[in-house]
Every structure is written in structure tokens, then in C-alpha cells.
Design a protein around this ligand. Structure first.
Ligand SMILES: *Cc1c(COP(=O)(O)O)cnc(C)c1O
Length: 386
């Protein structure tokens, strides 16, 4: 199998698994306990917090563990806006559902939400952001890199607009952390969501960065762990693995960035060159290194994924959510895509374990399956496929 769905989840790094094993076996103490078992678990958590902080240039005290990107996003939104009943949130129309769904819920309970439109590349407009911010805005939340089309937003500019107006800025950086250089201090980020399983760590663990001095209301109450920010006995093994994944990502960042970028550029140019009526979606330059999102005209993306799977290639149409909700991608709709452009979309996301050989094989298979599907396509005449 060739796995090209690294935006959905990634393979656990061997060293990550090794680092976790002691905490799944003999080191089972509760980190809140005073005895040796407890102290060892606490020490392991402290180390992981430091590893995560270092990846984004934060202080360890600014890192709070959560169950993943989804919980981090929910906590950031609720944690800030619930302090100001009736206030308004500014977000983008291409956020992950882990932002859009909590926003919808907040609208139902009396908050207002402004959705920033995007251009055909998936970029927001800074002027629109300035227009949409009002006296009543309590939080701006704009994702760092889009999980479907890979477009990277002008984060530093967004942060500076927010700061001029004294508004907190949160970013869902799940797809960007560990993939591109990211410095929360330099960029001026107030809150940031991370997920472990998108960077070769275990699932079910993530973190929320909250800049020192910002108070947020906890969403989960109980024993007061994580300085009261997120109660519940810590998932020690997952935290340790997450920390290790961050350490590895940091030490390999430049190398991975350049290798993965080259693989993607090769994939994109081969596909566009070898497959007629194909197009790259998302921003050509401002994009995540591993993301290649295409439209193949006259083809149904879901049929394409099934054919690719039969040929040993794991791909995606772009959003895992479409599987549950059976609706067209809100991201592509916001980018102004026609029904046909959305239907023919395919996302291939490259990770640290992919090779040049796999990319070559993928292009060969893709050429054949696109041709095969087009030969039975109702658009057969339109694109004269033969
Ligand atoms: C995967 C993803 C999430 C959700 O993270 P989980 O850890 O799976 O809850 C949120 N935002 C983006 C952009 C993602 O890609």
C-alpha cells in the first residue's frame, strides 16, 4: 500500500512508540500521586510539555494538554467567548468542522459569528477581516494551513490586525505545526491548537497553547489538572508520545520540509503534465509542503478513491467529514468551485514516510484510473478522452 492521506492521520514513529511503552506498562502511576510512581509520571509530563513548547517557541507553562485538535479548538472558542456573553467571533468560511460546529452552537446560544470569505485560492482578505471586526468581537479564529487544499493564511498580518484592535487571535494550526517553521512569539499568536496524530504521534492527544496572561474558562471541570484548565487524569503514555513526536518533528523540520516539498512539486508537475484536464487547487505558493489537491474534470472523486484503493493507494477527496455528512466540501464551495470542479477533486497528502518511488507509482496508477473512469464518464465527449 502507498499511504497518501497524511492530512487525515499519520503513521506512529517507531521512537514514539518506544517512548510510550514504559507508561503503558510499569510506569502506571497517577501523576497527581505523591509517591515515586506519581513523581515519575509527573516528570514525564513535564518533559513532554517542554518538547511541545520548543516546537512552537512557547513556554512550557503556556501548553495545556487536551484530547486532540478538536478539543483544543472547542476550548479556545468557548474558553474565551463565554467570558463575554453576546459577543462576536470572526472566523473563516474554510475552517475545519472542529471550529465551524462549535461556532454554530455558540450562535444558537446568543453569540454572533462572522465568516470571512476566501478567494479562489482559499486565502482570506485582510481588509475583510478589518471590516468584520467590531467593538463586540471577542475572538478571531483563522486556521493556519487548510486541511483540504493546503492554503496557508497570512497569519502574522492577521495577528497584527487583531492586536491593533485588542482582540485575541486563535489559530487552528493542526496541519501546520511540525511541518513548517512556526514561532508563536514572532507571529504574535495568542492561542493555537495542535494535534499529535497529524505529526506521527498517537491519536487522542493534543494541546492548546495559551499565551501567558490570557485567562480562559475551562470547558472540562473536575480534579483541577492542567492548572484547572483541563481536568481529568493525564493520559501519560499519549502525552509522552506526543512530546517525542514534537521533538522528532523539530529536529527533522528543515530536512522534512525540503524533501516533502520536492516530492509534492514532482507529483504536481507530473500529474498536470501527464493527465489532461487536471488542475491543482489551493494556492500555488502559500501551501503546506505535503498537500496536493487536484480536480480531474469529468471524473467523480469518490470513484477515483475507490479505484486508487483497489490499486493499493490510500487517498482522499479532501475532508473526512464529507463521509459522515454526505455534503459537498464547504471549503471548495467557499472558494467558488462549480459542482463539477468539486466532484472531480482528489487530495494526496505526502508525509515523512513517502518515497520518490511511491510518487512515481502513484502517477502511473492515477493516469490509468483517470483514463478508465473518463471512458465511462457522461462528460466523455466534452473532454475527448482517448
Ligand atoms: C485533524 C484536524 C483537526 C482535528 O484534530 P483531532 O486531533 O483529530 O481532533 C482539527 N483541525 C484541523 C485543521 C485538522 O486537520
Amino acid at each position: 500500500m502507498i499511504y497518501l492521506d497524511n492530512a487525515a492521520s499519520t503513521q506512529l514513529h517507531d521512537e514514539v512508540l518506544t517512548s510510550m511503552m514504559p507508561y503503558l506498562k510499569e510506569q502506571y502511576g497517577n501523576p497527581s500521586s505523591i509517591h515515586r510512581y506519581g513523581r515519575l509520571a509527573r516528570k514525564a509530563i513535564d518533559k513532554a510539555r517542554k518538547q511541545i513548547a520548543e516546537l512552537i517557541n512557547a513556554e512550557p507553562s503556556e501548553i495545556f494538554f487536551t484530547s486532540g485538535g478538536t478539543e483544543s479548538n472547542n476550548t479556545a472558542l468557548r474558553g474565551i467567548v463565554l467570558q463575554k456573553p453576546g459577543s462576536s467571533i470572526v472566523t473563516s468560511s474554510i475552517e475545519h468542522d472542529a471550529i465551524l460546529e462549535p461556532c454554530k452552537k455558540l450562535e444558537e446560544i446568543g453569540f454572533s459569528v462572522e465568516y470571512l470569505p476566501v478567494d479562489k485560492y482559499g486565502l482570506i482578505d485582510i481588509l475583510e477581516l478589518k471590516n468584520k471586526i467590531s467593538e463586540n468581537t471577542s475572538l478571531v479564529s483563522v486556521m493556519f494551513g487548510n486541511n483540504e487544499v493546503g492554503t496557508i493564511q497570512p497569519i502574522q498580518e492577521i495577528a497584527s490586525v487583531c492586536h491593533e484592535k485588542n482582540i485575541f487571535f486563535h489559530t487552528d494550526a493542526v496541519q501546520a505545526v511540525g511541518k513548517i517553521p512556526l514561532d508563536v512569539k514572532k507571529l504574535g499568536i495568542d492561542l493555537l491548537s495542535i494535534s499529535s496524530h497529524k505529526i506521527n504521534g498517537p491519536k487522542g492527544i493534543g494541546a492548546l497553547f495559551v499565551k501567558k496572561g490570557i485567562e480562559i474558562d475551562p470547558v472540562i471541570l473536575g480534579g483541577g489538572q492542567e492548572h484547572g484548565m483541563r481536568s481529568g487524569t493525564e493520559n501519560v503514555a499519549n502525552i509522552v508520545g506526543f512530546g517525542k513526536a514534537c521533538e522528532i518533528a523539530k529536529s527533522n523540520l528543515e530536512e522534512n520540509f525540503s524533501v516533502i516539498t520536492k516530492l509534492r512539486e514532482h507529483l504536481v508537475s507530473k500529474v498536470l503534465n501527464d493527465i489532461p484536464h487536471s488542475r491543482l487547487n489551493g494556492h500555488p505558493g502559500h501551501r503546506l509542503p505535503g498537500n496536493a489537491h487536484f480536480t480531474f474534470f469529468g471524473v467523480n472523486g469518490e470513484d477515483l478513491i475507490i479505484k486508487l484503493d483497489e490499486n493499493g493507494i490510500a487517498a482522499s477527496t479532501g475532508s473526512a467529514c464529507s463521509v459522515h455528512t454526505q455534503k459537498a466540501s464547504h471549503v471548495l464551495q467557499a472558494m467558488g468551485f462549480s459542482h463539477e470542479e468539486i466532484t472531480g477533486s482528489l487530495r494526496l497528502t505526502i508525509g515523512v514516510y513517502n518515497t520518490q518511488h511511491e510518487i512515481e507509482q502513484t502517477v502511473d496508477v492515477l493516469k490509468n484510473v483517470v483514463k478508465e473512469l473518463r471512458s465511462v464518464s457522461p462528460f466523455k465527449e466534452k473532454y475527448s478522452f482517448n
